[in-house]
Design a protein around this ligand. Structure first.
Ligand code: 3PG
Length: 213
């Protein structure tokens, strides 16, 4: 998959809803009901971070949920890419971008939202042919004003800012011309997941899905 095709696919995923939930799931039994609640609330694109021992099984379970589009987050190595695809992930997310990881995703036809945090990061991805990226960690990097400022000289790159984004500040990003959607964990708080309060999570998803862009 070329970087151009990967960017088209990533833009499609980012276009599904204003928010991509960033999920750290510790119990595979939570996977199905959590994904069902988020999809029912209007957030079909789901990022399952590879940060728990069960993450690949979680992707496997979530991939069975109708209407869901499941991606793997925290992709760091070619091995992660291979495992994520085998589990059913249809897009990838990474905190940064290395040539090794980009090579692996392109070779395996996995569209990647590669992480950027500086103008040079963005320029490197643009040179390679990418026009969609993650901005991470968004709030610590200066938040929406920083992303807006990057967009002045580099308007051709579109972003999914992630890291410190919440219902309170999501609009600051979503109103920018270079922001396609945001990523965030606030729609699936650990306490609600632990309690299995899927109705409450569905409500959080609904609220997030109604954010204007
Ligand atoms: C992460 O790395 O966990 C994501 O960027 C989500 O960040 P958040 O928990 O601040 O939404």
């Amino acid at each position: 998959m070329t970087p151009q095709d990967a960017s088209l696919k990533s833009a499609e995923v980012c276009g599904l809803a204003p928010v991509i939930p960033v999920l750290v799931v510790k119990d595979v039994a939570h996977a199905r009901p959590l994904a069902e609640a988020l999809v029912a609330g209007g957030l079909p694109a789901l990022e399952v971070t590879l940060r728990t021992p069960v993450a690949l099984d979680v992707i496997r379970e979530m991939a069975k949920v109708e209407g869901g589009v499941v991606g793997a987050g925290t992709l760091l190595t070619p091995e992660d890419v291979k495992n994520a695809i085998a589990a059913g992930a249809t897009f990838g997310v990474s905190p940064g971008a290395t040539d090794t990881l980009l090579d692996a995703c392109e070779a395996a036809d996995l569209p990647l939202l590669a992480g950027t945090s500086t103008a040079s990061d963005v320029m490197r991805l643009l040179e390679r042919g990418y026009t969609v990226a993650k901005f991470f960690p968004a709030e610590s990097n200066g938040g929406a004003p920083a992303l807006k400022a990057i967009g002045a000289p580099l308007p051709q790159m579109k972003f999914c800012p992630t890291g410190g984004v919440s219902l309170k500040n999501a609009n600051d990003y979503l109103s920018l011309s270079n922001t396609l959607c945001v990523g965030g964990s606030w729609v699936a708080p650990a306490d609600l997941v632990e309690k299995g309060d899927w109705k409450a999570i569905e409500e959080l998803a609904r609220e997030a899905a109604a954010l204007p862009r």
